[in-house]
Design a protein around this ligand. Structure first.
Ligand code: CTP
Length: 424
């Protein structure tokens, strides 16, 4: 068996038994039908690297939807099909597997979505981004576990190289520029020198890709364990400034991302915070352009707008004599990520202390004495009730009311003659 890499033992060792059983089942089903069935993409790369990855992508030289239907009879669960793309997803218990009809792709113009046609596995692998993602493992019973590596992926894994399969790869699909940086930094690899040359040559092709697709890539970057490494490399290569020319990448970004990970505030979106830190030094207008280019969703756009807004108002927090209730009034209503971004990136130590206090304590403050208690004291629902609740919160924040009884006493005092004597 010289020249054949048998990965069946690696598969058994690294993948959960349920998925291994499924692949063997599928391999048995296609056996004798003259169809080749393969495990492909990131999971093959990660099997060879010994990294955990249970994202099972299976490609069939034949109709993947038919096969998925046959399999779903044996594995009751959910089946979702996309006949236009020849793909199916099977889900059962907490497992999920993607099955795709092997296809070749052609691009009508740079950045266009590809035109696809059914093809052989070899062509399906050739349409992929990098050699390390263009390997397959055969699943047909007779050949189960054999590595199919026609483009040198295994060698590139050994060399720690991220290499495209052909010279036009980044022109066809410039999102691969971001993908390349992501794999390079995630795996501790380097872009292979010719690939790096082509990447630099084709950076302008990023402008041929829709903002939506770039946003998806940026989200994937921000979901990585150390996004700052990818953003830094993107800055070095002039890729980051394609998101927005003013995004030069602050040298302190890595440190701020590190601190962001340590914050662990309940309800805080780390990705939102990373994005806010990345955009922190933009002006209001630049920020708006970034939001519309990336077509950010409402909540991400709000985080960025809040961040820049609050940055402009930080001066009002640069006063050591502020009471906690004043700090609350100034910060209440801003998204948590925006407050956190200003805490990490703002340059006034006094303001930062208040931002920290707000994030750790003030934002959770709530009077124990509530609307229902006030109603029992005879306060009718309406602006007066709201005003009393606000004053109670203020008193609580400033330490003038600690227990529920303190709050009740205060309310009674404020109500004075209005107090009807109800027992709250
Ligand atoms: N792919 C590609 N070009 C793209 C996107 C994807 O060639 N622009 C191919 C790659 O071969 C990739 C596969 O489609 O391996 C699946 O894409 P995705 O799920 O994004 O990649 P994974 O390798 O699974 O990535 P990750 O490890 O980040 O999950």
């Amino acid at each position: 068996m010289s020249g054949v890499t048998d990965l069946s033992r690696k598969i058994e060792k690294q993948l959960p038994g349920e998925l291994v059983g499924f692949m063997r089942l599928a391999g048995g089903m296609v056996q004798g039908k003259g169809q080749q069935l393969c495990l492909v993409g990131g999971v093959v790369r990660d099997l060879l690297l010994g990294r955990e990855n249970f994202d099972i992508d299976i490609v069939l030289e034949g109709d993947a939807i038919d096969l998925a239907r046959e399999l779903s009879d044996l594995k009751p669960g959910k089946i979702t099909t996309h006949p236009r793309f020849g793909t199916a997803k099977l889900q059962w218990d907490h497992w999920s597997v993607d099955l795709t009809t092997a296809r070749a792709e052609t691009y009508a113009w740079p950045g266009a979505l590809p035109t696809v046609r059914p093809a052989a596995i070899r062509d399906d692998l050739f349409r992929r981004d990098f050699t390390i993602n263009a390997m397959a493992i055969e699943l047909n019973s007779g050949r189960y576990g054999r590595l199919f590596d026609v483009y040198g992926g295994q060698n590139d894994l050994k060399q720690k190289h991220v290499r495209v399969l052909h010279e036009k790869s980044f022109i066809d699909d410039a999102t691969r520029i971001w993908r390349g940086l992501r794999y390079e930094q995630r795996l501790g690899f380097r872009l292979e020198p010719t690939t790096l040359r082509w990447l630099k040559r084709d950076i302008a092709c990023l402008d041929t890709v829709s903002g939506d697709r770039i946003r998806c890539e940026l989200e994937l970057v921000l979901q990585e364990a150390y996004p700052e490494k990818i953003l830094n490399r993107a800055r070095e290569l002039g890729v980051l400034s394609r998101l927005h020319p003013a995004l030069q990448g602050d040298r302190g970004l890595a440190e701020k991302f590190e601190q962001a990970r340590r914050m662990r505030l309940p309800g805080l979106s780390l990705i939102g915070l990373y994005l806010a830190l990345l955009a922190y030094f933009l002006t209001r207008e630049e920020n708006e352009r970034l939001i519309s280019y990336l077509r950010l969703c409402k909540s991400a756009a709000r985080t960025l707008r809040d961040t820049i807004d609050l940055k402009a108002r930080l001066k009002s927090l640069d006063d050591p004599g502020l009471t906690p209730s004043r700090v609350y009034v100034l910060l209440h209503g801003y998204s948590t990520s925006a407050v956190a971004a200003n805490f990490l990136a703002g340059d006034s130590p006094v303001a930062c202390r208040y931002l920290d206090l707000f994030l750790k304590e003030l934002c959770y403050a709530k009077p124990t004495f509530g609307g229902e208690d006030l109603k029992k004291l005879g306060v009718s629902p309406g602006p007066r009730l709201k005003e009393i609740l606000d004053r109670l919160l203020e008193a609580k924040l400033d330490g003038q009311a600690i227990t529920k009884q303190d709050e009740k006493d205060l309310v009674r005092r404020w109500l004075g003659g209005e107090y009807s004597g109800g027992d709250a």
